[in-house]
Design a protein. Sequence first.
Length: 578
Amino acid sequence: MLGWFPKIYDGELLYSILARYYKQSPHMSVRETLSELFGDTRTLLSTDFPSNLEFLEKQLRLFGISYLEILYKYTPFHYFTSFIEQSQKEKIIREIKTSYRKNVHMLIGSVASTVKELKYFRFCPTCLEEDFRNNGESYWRISHQLPSVLICPIHKTHLFYSALLFRSKNMELITPSSYNCVSSPRNRCIRENLTLRKIELLYSIALESTNLLSNNISISSADISNFYKILLEAKGYTSLSGRVKQYELYTDFMSFYGKEILEILQSVPSSEEGSCWLRAITRKQRKSFHPIRHILLLKFLGEKVCRIEAMDYSSPFGKGPFPCLNPAADHYKQLVVTDLLVKRCSDTGKPIGVFTCSCEFQYTRLGPDRTNEDKFTYRFVRDYGRLWKIRVIEYIEEKKYSYRKTAQLLKVDVGTVVKYYKQQTQGVIKRHSTLTNNMLLEYRNTWITTKHANPTYTKTELRKLIPNVYTWLYRNDREWLDKNSPSIKKTHVNKRVDWDKRDEEILNLLKDFMDNLDDSSKPIRVTKRYLAVSINKLSLIENQINKLPLTKLFIESIVESSLEYKVRLETWKKQFNF
């Protein structure tokens, strides 16, 4: 057990710590130092992943430093293992914990990678100067030795190569000094006259690399594949069938970074299919990729390393519950919606989320969500729900609000308020609270009397006898109507057309069509004929609409009068400056 150990600096490489220990222990040779620290007769020390850290932990127990703390804080472990499987990580830890480290670099994937490690230690002249001025000594920083860091993340200055080999064959423990760290032009890691944009790119990549270094990210290959799939969809790099548009991706990727930056980072994607890392990384991942490549792709797609673990890879809309966007509800914008149906846009291939709240408010949104703010937007309201419609009557009739103020409170245009107000005041949809008991009892009594007078009639046959009564009860007292109607008689007659099934199919076609309407295009008046032609069901809807009750109700709820259309058209013109 050691009774003394040097102060450890932030971001210092373990090799550097041990080199300073050796330097400040003048009576020991390198061999004796390594034997004391690791308990074996090794003649060399791995600069990035020294092995037998378990023994080193015992030697440092007076200072309360565990082998995992050493591994996580003073080696590039997190940088190289963020994108490999957890089981692989555990193997690496076991290898480094003991004295058997032959497989570490193979497990990490650096042996087979086309991204080669640096030949010499690197340093930042400004860091070096500040270290000697403040501490009287300097140290090797982990971040400066990462292949993707060519600019100091702290000072934004170019890094330089030292005279010290990163993998020396000699038995040596050497710290930075003015002799081995000379900032001459020939020692620059990158040329001096790079454009400002290229400098900014390299600097941002350096920052992302240090973020990767300091965060214990754990993500499976399946999750990272799904993550890339969501990002590629959002950027338009996938087809309707979900295939990646590799040519467009390759072209835009090369244009974004430029060949020089990619050459510096040893990551120029090949134009040949079999050897293109960019093509391989955006497919189902069957092998590991160097962290540089993940950082490059994430940055190109507008994402950061720190967001990877926060993403829900199973849904393009993230994890629920989701907000209710019904301004009429007390729970407006609260995360209470758990009913989500994900569909696919037939035009763009992008995901469409159909969100349904318990208050009956149903809205859709085109995914995937990119920010948390996206959760609080919608593309189209499928159903405002009974509560919202009650508020329309309440604001206009009871509180005497104008159409405009009602529209402001309910977050819609004036035309929508006018439409639903007229529907309700004309008896299309009534609030239960405004129904008089006399009216309710009258309709119920008529239905029961007719039912008893015709005991063999089915619900449909009774409906034909008193259609007005049935319609009123269906819309305003449906639960009672269902309980007090003749039970459905099971028959074995094969119907040539299953109208219920067809009704549901056409209803879904109409809803999908409304979901996919392009809000930016000039509005077309929504009429019964326009809807029927748009889904290629003109004859069926015009001639058999009475056999399609759900379809009929849906069409009646969304068709526009000429006045409503004019209001919507004027709103569109103002929005798009026409």
